[in-house]
Design a protein around this ligand. Sequence first.
Ligand code: MRU
Length: 372
Amino acid sequence: MGFHVNIHGRHYRTIWLDEDGWGVRVIDQTRLPFHFETVRLSTADEAAHAIRHMTVRGAPLIGATAAYGVALALRVDSSNPALEQALALLGATRPTAVNLHWALARMRRRLIDLPQAERVAAAYAEAGAICDEDVALCHAIGEHGLGVIREIAAKKPGAPVNILTHCNAGWLATVDWGTALAPIYLAHDAGIPVHVWVDETRPRNQGAALTAYELGSHGVPHAVIVDNAGGHLMQHGEVDMVIVGSDRTTATGDVANKIGTYLKALAAKDNGVPFYVALPSPTIDWALRDGLKEIPIEERAGREVTHLFGQGEDGSTGFFQVAAPGSAACNPAFDVTPARLVTGLITERGIAPASAEGLAKLFPEMTSGVAA
Ligand code: MRU
């Protein structure tokens, strides 16, 4: 299992240890889809910068990078104050994806009672375990989601299952496989005809740039659409199901995901299109019950709205202004889809109704409070 990612004939995860055994290497997602480049992270500051500036992004990968960031910090100083400082630095990088706080809390629990001399090795081992587990969780999500795709495929023999997705919840957003895209990869590999509508996902275009890149690399048929096209396609029977990922889901099943997800859920509801959210359990914030009131929504720079990153016809890449010079911009990066609009939560343990009861049944050990 794992090492699903195949770029130029080589298998990659999105994060791995460099040849010297301690530096951390990641794929620079700000350069995709035009350039496949990797970046080395040698300090906690560099790990924090990579998360904040979205060299790495996607909830599970943010958590994995932060975990390695703690290990990098401890190499320099493994004292308690240094550990707490690293946790605070990395914890302040991005506010919405709860996997970040989950990973940091797990690192702290593992390290705080250890003698200093043992901390560095333990930190690397724990970060590695978080990565390995993420691969297994995503693969299990893929298996459960595959069942849903199979059911739809059985109702339209020979015709492709049309799946709409928003943002990038593929292998680039995780350590491998992805969440929303894992069932799609497994379906495609199993010979089920699938076709993916890829929301471009303004303002940063994670759909057009990253999801389309992934699907193209894997040979999955797809078409990029503008964010406003989904409702129209649903009205005309062109969407069999929606699958998206999540950055934070409450214990009651409210789903925070990339801005625009809520509008897709509304359109899906109006058109009777099943709307699934694929998420590993570290994305569930068991302490929260009201997503709209309680999930912090990241506000990003207006420049992401007024400017677009792209490649010119001469092959050079850069930013282009698309908004009228001088106009203000507002850039909330995530929205919350209320549980009532979600058909099911596809987790590593199976598919739960988006409700407190549904999640509690799959995760009975998580009654309340912070994730264990
Ligand atoms: O701002 P990003 O690119 O980090 O946002 C990512 C998303 O919204 C994904 O859909 C989400 O993290 C799920 S990824 C498995």
